[in-house]
Design a protein around this ligand. Structure first.
Ligand SMILES: [Zn+2]
Length: 470
């Protein structure tokens, strides 16, 4: 059998011509439907046919003056090259002199213009820009180039560098949008000062830091730079991530404001930040939000105790008194954890000090590497609790009131946002500013809002109601 696909423009029989045809003599797994080369060919031919018809129709309307109807005088012809998702288009573009009739402005009269060049200011079309930047936000620029070449009819070799440039361009436009949007936010001093009722639903933002290997670092000590990643969760609702390179980003506040706004919240509503209390993130909630409540992630604290209890199992105490809780590392740890759960940092530290005293100085404890390691880890924990004690709430109370005590997903946010694209391969090195740009596209891809962003810039990219082919 033979299948033929034909093009007809505006129901005009004279325009009918073959676009593609296929012959199939048998039906088998490898002959059913389109093969990749046929599909690519079909896309390219369809694109060329559609583009040819569109350009011809457009130019025929542009060839005459819209005021007096006289033909424009041709000044010259150029070829403009436009990169589409389905091939590079080389379009003949006439240059006309402006008409001298009264309808044309007197300034323009005599000067020349190129209607096609004016209509197509973007030499890489948005659909191509979209797919390039979306894929590049998920996999490396090289792999993106290879995948595009594999599935699309792009005859010339695609350059990973141009994909990188295009992706950065998309990110810069996102950043420009962010600044324009934040200009419309009320200034801090204009925020309502009366007590705002607790937001419903509550907003919790999990925040965590990660490290990315620095290319051309200014010094050997600075082999890495920090990225802050977070996820904003509305109870029972959607969650969205954001990320920025802390040394380059001057708009972190606007960034989170815009995200909260996109989740249907107003910026000055109180926000609970949940972090692991690490040095990277400790100071950020106050910087990010004027009404930030900052809580250490209970999950993170509980994990530390789990690790300590495991380590304590290998410690032997000769002639330990089974009745004395102070002779039992496991019970001391449980008690310290219990106090923390109820927000009693002071009591928890007392319990831990008793344990440290036992492990470090009691002659009944056998010396060895396990003992030293446990003592070191315990001291790290007390230092950690000391420096974060103002961020440790009464978790039990909070849970009873349905307030956030954990954001166990924050850590996975860092993996999702940073690790999988930036540090999976150890040899991958980044510049802080371009890593920041890529993060802006990547978070939009992960949040599923990149297409929306493009549709705002190019409204015709919105999904069509009817299928293109019927
Ligand atoms: Zn005219």
């Amino acid at each position: 059998m033979e299948i033929r696909i034909q093009l007809i423009v505006d129901n005009d029989e004279q325009s009918r011509r073959d676009i593609a045809h296929w012959e199939r003599t048998s039906l088998a797994s490898d002959t059913l439907g389109l093969q990749i080369d046929e599909a690519r060919g079909l896309l390219q031919i369809s694109q060329d046919a559609l583009v040819g018809a569109q350009v011809e129709s457009f130019l025929s309307r542009q060839a005459v003056c819209s005021h007096c109807g006289r033909a424009h005088r041709l000044k010259g012809r150029h070829t403009i090259v436009v990169r589409s998702l389905f091939g590079t288009l080389r379009l003949g573009s006439p240059r006309y002199r402006h008409c001298s009739c009264e309808g044309s402005s007197s300034q323009a009269a005599g000067k020349s213009f190129s209607p096609l060049a004016k209509a197509l200011p973007d030499r890489t079309l948005p659909e191509r820009l979209y797919l390039e930047s979306k894929w590049a936000s998920l996999v490396s620029y090289d792999v993106t180039a290879q995948m595009l070449e594999e599935v699309l009819p792009l005859e010339e070799q695609i350059n990973a560098n141009s994909i990188r440039r295009h992706t950065h361009r998309v990110a810069r436009r996102c950043e420009a949008d962010l600044l324009a949007e934040s200009d419309t936010e009320p200034r801090a001093e204009k925020w309502p000062t009366d007590n705002i009722p607790p937001p419903k639903p509550a907003i919790t933002v999990g925040l965590d830091g990660g490290y990315v290997r620095w290319r051309d670092a200014p010094s050997r000590n600075e082999g890495w730079f920090e990225v802050i990643a977070g996820k904003s969760m509305v109870q029972e609702g959607r969650s969205d991530c954001f990320a920025f390179v802390q040394r380059t980003d001057k708009h972190a506040r606007a960034r989170i404001g815009s995200l909260l706004k996109s989740q249907g919240l107003v910026y000055h509503q109180p926000v609970t930040f949940v972090t692991d209390g690490g040095d990277t993130v400790r100071s950020w909630p106050q910087k990010l939000h004027p009404r930030a409540e900052h809580v250490i992630d209970w999950f993170h604290i509980a994990m530390r105790f789990t690790v300590l209890k495991q380590m304590a199992k290998s410690i032997e105490i000769r002639d330990a008194d089974p009745e004395d809780p102070d002779d039992n590392p496991g019970r001391l740890l449980d008690s310290a954890k219990w106090s923390l759960w109820h927000g009693n940092v002071h009591k928890s530290l007392e319990r831990l000090d008793t344990l440290i005293e036992l492990i470090e100085h009691d002659p009944r404890v056998q010396d060895g590497p396990e003992r030293q390691k446990l003592a070191r880890t315990l001291n790290e924990l007390t230092a950690y609790l000391e420096s974060n004690r103002h961020l440790i709430p009464n978790y039990g109370d909070r849970r009873r009131h349905g307030e956030a005590i954990s954001s166990s997903i924050a850590e996975s946010t860092v993996n999702q946002v940073i690790s999988r694209r930036f540090v999976k391969k150890q040899q991958m090195r980044w510049q802080p500013d371009t890593a920041h740009l890529l993060l802006q596209v990547r978070t939009r891809t992960l949040n599923g809002t990149l297409r929306e962003t493009f549709q705002r810039w190019w409204p015709a990219m919105a999904p069509k109601l009817a299928p293109a082919l019927s």
